[in-house]
Design a protein. Structure first.
Length: 82
């Protein structure tokens, strides 16, 4: 049971917060990247538990809400160039 939970955590870290996308060369930078990924995963886990959904649904809901807010009121306005 514990082994499966560890495997699941590793899979979620790879798929949801991008642990594999680190292009750092130095060991310290890689550790910092992994620590930030772990904190992001932990906050996603807490959010998913709070709203009663899966991690994948919680992540897509975060992006959905952000995209809706940006479509309503863009932070960077697009102007038509004449």
């Amino acid at each position: 049971m514990l082994r499966w939970q560890i495997e699941q955590m590793h899979r979620e870290l790879k798929q949801l917060v991008g642990t594999e996308k680190c292009q750092c060369r130095k060991a310290r930078s890689q550790r910092n990247h992994l620590a930030c990924c772990y904190l992001a995963w932990l906050s996603l886990k807490r959010q998913a538990r709070r709203v009663g959904s899966t991690l994948y649904a919680a992540r897509s809901n975060l992006f959905r809400d952000f995209l809706r807010s940006q479509l309503r009121n863009p932070a960077i306005p697009a102007y038509a160039m004449a």
